[in-house]
Design a binder for this molecule. Sequence first.
Ligand SMILES: [Zn+2]
Length: 81
Amino acid sequence: MPAYEYLCDSCGHRFERRQKMSDAEITACPACGGEVRRLISGGAGVIAKGGAASAPAPCGAGECCMPQMSGGCGAGCGCGH
Ligand SMILES: [Zn+2]
């Protein structure tokens, strides 16, 4: 089953879903509900930037990776802020 990489246009949340080819594309961000788009994957080099494909980039000290979201990152991020 191929894994598809999605990127949220609203908050930048990036995540991966394993789906069958026949499954519908995911259109809503699990973190903010915004619109997501599917990234072209298929090579490790394509998604290497930012580390593990399914984990958002960790926040820097005192810096939330999703400052746009009220209340911090919430469950969608995992950075603990
Ligand atoms: Zn989002």
